[in-house]
Design a protein. Structure first.
Length: 238
């Protein structure tokens, strides 16, 4: 066996990970399994500023791994082309997407939103909860034809806020515009925000964003949206 060339050996079938191969560790020849070798982290040598542990651990059909145990620096590429990086070790740990245009969360109403039930309140069903990425992202809210009703308020101020009602964006709608020229209302907030009223973001932390209304009198309602985009709220990386 010792005199047989590697090229003359019988080809192996699919590897199980338990196969043993020789390795040199600290100038001593030892044995290791394929699984042990693949489990090793990679720390690039000689590249100043890029020596933290990192390893490619496989792929998913979509999104971050939902099971398994991972270390900080592990990354996967899903089959939609998004790279996910583990920022907190665990089972499965905390993962954040890399790259722009990644949808972090989306909520769409299949029917017109109910009234907010008061002159000050959340618009029912229009909220989204995300895990904040390590890069900038945008939160967008969309109402196709707001405040159309027989007993409409004289005016309303619509807000995009977080769960603590901290304002991120607003729109003012007057009754005359409601009666004669209904048009969509779109809210957009780019986060984190450093200018004006700062709104810092902690990557890996959960945030909830929602749409909210303050009306002059009465309650907020919604016209039929047949043929239009449905009311929605979403967050996407920039």
């Amino acid at each position: 066996m010792a005199d047989t060339k590697i090229s003359d050996l019988t080809a192996a079938s699919a590897l199980a990970g338990t196969e043993v191969v020789p390795v040199v560790q600290s100038a001593t020849t030892k044995k290791a399994t394929i699984t042990q070798i693949l489990a090793g982290t990679v720390a690039p040598a000689g590249l100043t500023g890029a020596t933290a542990a990192s390893r490619y651990v496989g792929g998913t059909t979509g999104g971050a791994p939902a099971s398994g145990t991972f270390a900080v620096g592990d990354y996967v590429v899903d089959q939609t082309g998004v790279l996910w990086v583990c920022i907190t070790a665990g089972s499965p740990g905390t993962w954040l997407p890399g790259g722009s245009g990644v949808e972090l969360g989306y909520t769409e109403l299949s029917a017109d939103p109910a009234t907010n039930g008061t002159t000050v309140g959340d618009i029912a069903g229009l909220s989204v909860t995300i895990t904040a990425p390590s890069r900038s992202f945008m939160v967008e809210g969309y109402l196709p034809v707001p405040l159309m009703s027989a007993a409409q308020p004289a005016f309303a101020t619509l807000y995009l806020t977080d769960s603590a009602n901290v304002e991120l964006a607003r729109a003012f709608v007057a009754a005359v515009a409601i009666n004669y020229a209904p048009s969509p209302v779109v809210f957009r907030a780019h986060l984190p925000r450093t200018g004006g009223t700062a709104y810092p973001i902690t990557p890996g932390t959960s945030y909830t964003f929602k749409l909210r209304a303050v009306t002059s009198t009465g309650t907020l309602s919604q016209a039929t949206t047949s043929g239009l985009d449905r009311p929605h709220i979403r967050a996407v990386t920039l």
